[in-house]
Design a protein around this ligand. Structure first.
Ligand SMILES: Cc1cc2nc3c(=O)[nH]c(=O)nc-3n(C[C@H](O)[C@H](O)[C@H](O)COP(=O)(O)OP(=O)(O)OC[C@H]3O[C@@H](n4cnc5c(N)ncnc54)[C@H](O)[C@@H]3O)c2cc1C
Length: 217
């Protein structure tokens, strides 16, 4: 498949280490909420690629806008390219594609993620038309971004948990799945690092929920 040529139209820091990157392209791109793009980049060593989930999208006539939120890692190869990126720079992406996608069903949905895991599931929550709730867990208040986007989602119930400090208006401690009464048919969409994903799947399976979709990064 041909690479998609795009242009950076916005890059801004959302927190001290999360960057929002928006790109636009005139090539056709069809994104199902949850899917990711592969960015193709070149540095002094070679050409390389990294996957990023689409956090939002918009189409205006023949133009498609794709938005990403990317955690910059101190020693990260792509993070270091990104630190120097400017509005107007050309970027190439490949296959906006992935199997972690919002299911087209009428079942209630619960979206669960930590920190940067917000990206695919926030996109899903926005376009989900069934009963929906979300749970976001971060260590500190300074790690929260896109709370305004969460509030704007129609008929969404949500809990933001802060695990390492106590802040008014937020839930303390870890998310407690046993205290929540979910419909038995609820679909769960998780995005977390590998160990917590495994633990949450075990916890939900123990409670007899069996429609669980997970992404790890
Ligand atoms: C399907 C998919 C979707 C993804 N979507 C997103 C997204 O929306 N936003 C996003 O920020 N990332 C996302 N990632 C992760 C992303 O692809 C890169 O792995 C990440 O940005 C690191 O790239 P880098 O080149 O900067 O660091 P690298 O040079 O690859 O890694 C440098 C070091 O950082 C470690 N590291 C890698 N990721 C993290 C992390 N998250 N926290 C702490 N240490 C880390 C590595 O193990 C390594 O030791 C996604 C990954 C996948 C597979």
């Amino acid at each position: 498949m041909e690479d998609i040529k795009a242009k950076v139209i916005n890059c801004q820091m959302l927190t001290e280490n999360v960057m929002e990157l928006s790109i636009e392209t005139y090539q056709e791109v069809k994104v199902i909420p949850g899917q990711r793009a592969l960015f193709i980049f070149k540095d002094e060593q070679s050409t390389f690629q990294r996957a990023y989930s689409v956090v939002d999208q918009d189409t205006d006539n023949e133009k498609t806008l794709l938005m990403f939120a990317i955690k910059l890692i101190e020693t990260g190869r792509w993070s270091n390219v990104l630190k120097k990126i400017l509005v107007g720079d050309a970027v190439s992406i490949r296959w906006v594609f992935w199997t972690f996608i919002l299911q087209d069903t009428q079942y209630p949905k619960a979206f669960i993620w930590t920190w940067i895991g917000i990206t695919p599931v926030l996109h899903m929550a926005k376009y989900c038309t069934t009963d929906k709730q979300l749970f976001w867990s971060v260590s500190h208040k300074k790690d929260i971004f896109y709370e305004d986007r969460i509030k704007e989602i129609h008929e969404l119930r949500y809990e933001i948990h802060i695990t390492r400090e106590s802040i008014d208006g937020y839930f303390p401690w870890r998310i407690n799945f046993t205290k929540n009464q979910f419909d038995p048919n609820t679909e769960f969409y998780l995005c977390w690092s590998p160990d917590p994903v495994k633990n949450i799947i075990e916890e939900l399976t123990f409670l007899w929920y069996n429609k669980i979709y997970a992404e790890k990064f």
